[in-house]
Design a protein around this ligand. Structure first.
Ligand code: T3D
Length: 261
């Protein structure tokens, strides 16, 4: 088993840590395989919320540019194959995971590393962290959903500036622009993200998974389409045990005991 991604599952809370700190957690093929394996493990574990973070001073510097699979050589690699095999499925999986995914960006998030963070449901970042769409500096195009997430999160003008200039965006500015949920002091990041993910894991997580689905679908739907989709999801949510428990707890003026079912 690879040591490049650490998985820690404690009952309903899963923590996945990118662990290649001497390379700012940049991805080689082994680490990408390991991250996919980690998400399999989380999905099968009964965990109800996931925290994704990084070891050391960076969150993730994207693709390891020295990886022989992608490094330019006499015979130029087709990077599209690598994207198809690893990065795009990774983003699809994070989005489809039926639990809230919190990302704690502990340091620089560059290239695919930035966009993997943006694919998570709630992003907290340490004040010293930053986001860099580094692709343009090496002649590449933002991948891992960057060109989809950026305009939706910050608008087209800011998306174009970030993607075409590749400038560093501080965590504070990312919060002000609505790119992330919140920026917190460095020494509070692990505590706050842990407490957030524990809170989420105790909530009606079946319902939270449906909320996640609804929010994601809205980008491709008309208002009419979205109203219909909300109705269908509400039918499903209304049949969960957590809905019965939530209403009973409200009536009895007690704390609900949600099971995620
Ligand atoms: O290729 C494909 O499959 C297509 C997919 C592409 C997806 C992508 O993610 S493309 C974008 C790849 N990422 C980058 O271009 C970012 C490259 N890194 C940087 O620009 C800088 O390292 C940072 C701005 C992220 C951080 O700068 P700084 O000054 O804090 O740290 P540093 O000194 O540059 O990095 C520390 C070490 O990590 C250093 O190694 P050394 O000198 O101590 O031996 C550096 O080379 C290494 N490192 C950082 N990023 C990468 C890396 N090594 C390989 N690949 C990296 N991406």
């Amino acid at each position: 088993m690879s040591k490049l991604v650490i998985v820690d599952i404690d009952r309903s809370v899963a923590v996945v840590t990118l662990h290649r700190p001497d390379r700012l957690n940049s991805f080689n093929a082994e680490m990408l395989e390991a991250l996919h394996g980690a998400l399999d493990q989380v999905a099968d574990s009964g965990a109800r919320a996931l925290l994704l973070t990084g070891s050391g001073r960076g969150f993730c510097a994207g693709q390891d540019l020295s990886d022989p699979n992608v490094a330019p050589a006499a015979e130029m690699p087709d990077l599209g194959h690598f994207i198809d095999r690893y990065y795009s499925p990774l983003i699809r999986r994070l989005r489809a995971l039926e639990m809230p995914v919190v990302c704690a960006v502990n340091g620089v998030a560059a290239g695919a590393g930035a966009n993997i963070a943006l694919a998570c449901d709630i992003v907290l970042a340490a004040r010293s962290a930053s986001f860099i769409q580094a692709f343009c500096k090496i002649g590449l195009v933002p991948d891992s959903g960057g060109t989809w997430f950026l305009p939706r999160l910050v608008g087209t003008a800011r998306a174009a500036g970030l993607a075409l200039l590749g400038d560093k965006l501080t965590a504070e500015q990312a919060e002000r622009w609505g790119l992330i949920w919140r920026c917190v002091d460095d020494d509070a990041l692990q505590r706050e993200s842990r407490s957030l993910v524990e809170h989420l894991a105790g909530q009606p997580t079946r319902g939270l998974a449906l909320i996640k689905k609804a929010l994601q679908a809205s980008a491709g739907n008309s208002l009419n389409g979205q109203l219909d989709f909300e109705r269908d999801l509400q039918s499903e949510a209304g049949r969960t045990a957590d809905y019965s428990e939530g209403v009973a707890a409200f009536a009895q003026k007690r704390r609900p005991d949600f099971k995620g079912s």
